[in-house]
Design a protein around this ligand. Structure first.
Ligand code: C2E
Ligand code: CA
Ligand code: CA
Length: 573
């Protein structure tokens, strides 16, 4: 028997095999198919012969895929792999295909033989296995294995992107007792309800997993750029989890109340193994259970204290206005000759136990909770009263009040200011309102509208912390403001630091160009004052001239003379 006959004999056997086969000529035109081919594809041999195998293409593979296939087939003489094809009835299915190029004695390709079998059943089995390996069968939530994989990815991305995420470990407080008393079927239904509630309010990128029993975990990705910010978010979510799980569950005419404890750990924690946050969250959870059920605890002790302080502060702050604990301090602003021409109003909180709390410790929280709106309104009203009093004794001073973003953007803010002015009889010409540069550049149009309304009332407007907010000159030119305050951070090391010195000079030049007056804040040394004075700065504020003092003290010491005592060694001029 010669070689060709061998092949034909082999082919004859193979053709009756269970594997689908097709033979094409060297141009890829189908010459023969076997009965298994018809069973798998649905095409009879009459339908297939004379066609190109493209007949079977599913459209799932790119042109590149076929190019690579052909390349390899021509180079090595064979190709094997998985292909998605389409049956005659339109159904797309995966098959395992082997193709061989058959050559004659002159080593020229005479035909191609392809054999393949349908692997859709194996595929389905693989998917089922995947489901089993990675998902909890009861709740269909990711299991511990999959959670750990997500956690490792999240950790790596947090480390790279310098942001923080959190792991919450959730444990149902009364589940064991209920499940033991009412049976496992009820227990399973409760767990399913818990799974539904947990997934309902989380973001799409967050992951809820079921570790079996009554233990669930939540992975919160990319919460904030700072640990504190992430802690705040994570706590918020943990509280929501606790609340959602303490709502009664109705099940077959019974009402169950579960309650949940939550342990929180933040990541990344430098150089730790990927599952460390999970262990930490579990430790925190155990502490939460010891502390009493239905509690939320952080693994990080510092975060725990911070959160507790914050919660305490927040609730105390709510009553601060009514209990009359807010205090107004005034810090003098002087002109080039050292005459007091005004003062900045700085808020303090006289806490019954903690003493005087500086604004940096409570204003951000007030801003976040919205309490700043009431506080700001209180400050404004008090200052208008004070202005009216000062005018009445014939010694008015310009008073500058800080506005928070939330207060500034509250509806009808200008109308409220107008109401405060007319209620007290204060002259708006003596009132300055300070907004920060950062606030000004968010929503430029809205800002300009509010500023214009305030300007129309006759109020003086100032941009605080100028130079820190990257505002452009174009925007600045559109703002109806009167004054810039150079941020105190720029005045540090002036005139020794060339960079800061250049910045201050630039700001002064910009202000001159836009016809704005300039207040330099944080003037602490005579040298700084001299530097500013030679560059025609209009107004000076800083420890050199006086620290913030309680308003009454300030007025008593300042008003009678109208000048700072000449003994102050920082006296300009
Ligand atoms: P700010 O508006 O930039 O106020 C200036 C801060 O710099 C004040 O801090 C002041 O005491 C401090 N300071 C003044 N001169 C010097 C100096 O020579 N050297 C140094 N190192 N610091 C100086 P304070 O009173 O702690 O206020 C901090 C921030 O709290 C204020 O920054 C302002 O943003 C905010 N704030 C204060 N009162 C209020 C208020 O009534 N409402 C609102 N929304 N924010 C307020
Ligand atoms: Ca200010
Ligand atoms: Ca400032």
């Amino acid at each position: 028997m010669n070689h060709n006959n061998d092949l034909l004999w082999l082919a004859a056997i193979a053709f009756e095999a269970a594997e689908a086969m097709l033979v094409t000529d060297r141009n890829g035109i189908i010459q023969r198919v076997n009965p298994a081919f018809t069973r798998v594809t649905g095409y009879t041999s009459d339908e297939a012969i004379g066609q190109n195998p493209k007949l079977l293409q599913s459209g799932r593979h790119s042109a590149e895929f076929y190019a690579t296939l052909w390349n390899e087939l021509l180079k090595k003489g064979r190709w094997a792999g998985e292909i998605w094809n389409r049956r005659k009835n339109g159904e797309i299915y995966p098959e395992w295909t082997s193709i061989a190029a058959v050559r004659d004695e002159k080593d020229e390709i005479i035909y191609f033989v392809a054999s393949f079998f349908d692997i859709s059943q194996q595929k389905a089995a693989e998917d089922a296995l995947h489901q089993l390996a990675y998902y909890d069968p009861l709740t269909q939530l990711p299991n511990r294995q999959l959670f750990l994989e997500h956690l490792a990815t999240a950790q790596a991305s947090a480390q790279r992107g310098c942001h923080y995420g959190a792991v919450l470990f959730v444990d149902l407080d009364d589940f064991r007792r209920i499940s033991d008393a009412r049976g496992h079927e009820i227990g399973d239904q409760l767990l399913q309800e818990v799974a539904t509630r947990l997934t309902r309010f989380l973001r799409a990128e967050d992951i809820v997993a079921h570790f079996g029993g009554d233990r669930f975990t939540v992975l919160l990705i990319n919460l904030a750029d700072t640990q504190e910010g992430a802690a705040r978010f994570a706590r918020g979510v943990a509280e929501k989890v606790r609340l959602a799980l303490s709502m009664p569950i109705q099940q077959q005419n019974y009402t169950y109340v579960l309650g949940a404890s939550v342990g929180i750990a933040l990541f990344p924690a430098q150089g730790n193994p990927p599952d460390e946050p999970l262990k930490h969250a579990e430790t925190a959870l155990n502490q939460a259970k010891v502390a009493g059920r239905n509690a939320v605890r952080f693994f990080e002790a510092a975060m725990q204290t911070q959160v507790e302080n914050r919660v305490a502060l927040e609730s105390e702050m709510r009553g601060a206005i009514e209990r009359n604990e807010l205090r107004l301090y005034l810090q003098p602003q002087v002109d080039g000759e050292g005459r007091i021409i005004g003062a900045e109003v700085l808020l303090r909180w006289q806490h019954p136990e903690r003493g005087i709390i500086p604004p940096d410790h409570f204003i951000p929280l007030a801003e976040e909770t919205g309490l700043i709106v009431d506080m700001g309104e209180w400050v404004l009203l008090e200052i208008c009263r004070l202005l009216a009093r000062m005018t009445a004794v014939g010694q008015p001073l310009r008073l500058a009040v800080n506005l928070s973003p939330r207060q500034f953007r509250q509806p009808h803010f200008a109308t409220r200011v107008k109401a405060a002015l007319s209620a007290t009889g204060a002259d708006p010409a003596w009132l300055t309102l300070e907004i920060t540069e950062g606030l000004a550049i968010q929503d430029i149009k809205g800002t300009i509208a509010i500023l214009s309304a305030l300007k129309a009332l006759g109020i003086h407007l100032s941009i605080d912390d100028f130079g820190t907010g990257y505002s452009s000159l174009a925007y600045l030119g559109q703002m109806p403001v009167d004054e810039l305050k150079i941020d105190k951070s720029f005045l540090q090391r002036v005139p020794h630091d060339a960079h800061n010195t250049a910045l201050v000079e630039t700001i002064l030049a910009i202000a001159r160009h836009l016809h704005l007056s300039v207040v330099a804040e944080g003037v602490e040394t005579v040298e700084q004052a001299d530097f500013l004075r030679t560059r025609n700065c209009d107004c000076y504020q800083g420890y050199l001239y006086g620290r913030p003092e309680p308003a009454e003290t300030f007025l008593r010491s300042t008003l009678p003379a109208g000048r700072l005592p000449a003994t102050s060694d920082g006296y300009p001029g």
